[in-house]
Write a protein that binds this ligand. Structure first.
Ligand SMILES: [Zn+2]
Ligand SMILES: [Zn+2]
Length: 97
């Protein structure tokens, strides 16, 4: 089928250059050298999160009244969140005294 067209297709563009071959090898080497122990910076829950919902991107981290999410502790939307003086204590116990 291609017997007559093979000679016409022969050209410099059809030749696989050696440069492309070595390029693939280089990419594979780089991928293999990727370190497995990447420094994973875990977000520690400090004061940079909303006191009510606990989301860092929430507007409520500035003032709880701006929070539109549910409380992380009681699940209520009209909750005022945790006491800023006791951020480790859930909302219900944080304001008890
Ligand atoms: Zn919030
Ligand atoms: Zn609550």
């Amino acid at each position: 089928m291609f017997a007559g067209t093979v000679q016409q297709m022969r050209g410099p563009s059809a030749e696989p250059g050696p440069s492309s071959q070595s390029n693939l090898v280089a990419i594979a080497k780089v991928a293999a050298l990727q370190p497995f122990n990447r420094p994973v910076t875990k977000a520690t829950h400090k004061s940079c999160t909303c006191r009510k919902c606990g989301v860092g991107s929430c507007q409520g981290k500035k003032e709880v009244k701006y929070c539109l999410n549910m409380c992380q502790d009681c699940g209520l939307k009209n909750c005022k969140g945790r006491n800023s003086k006791k951020p480790q204590i859930p909302c219900r116990e944080g304001w008890s005294d």
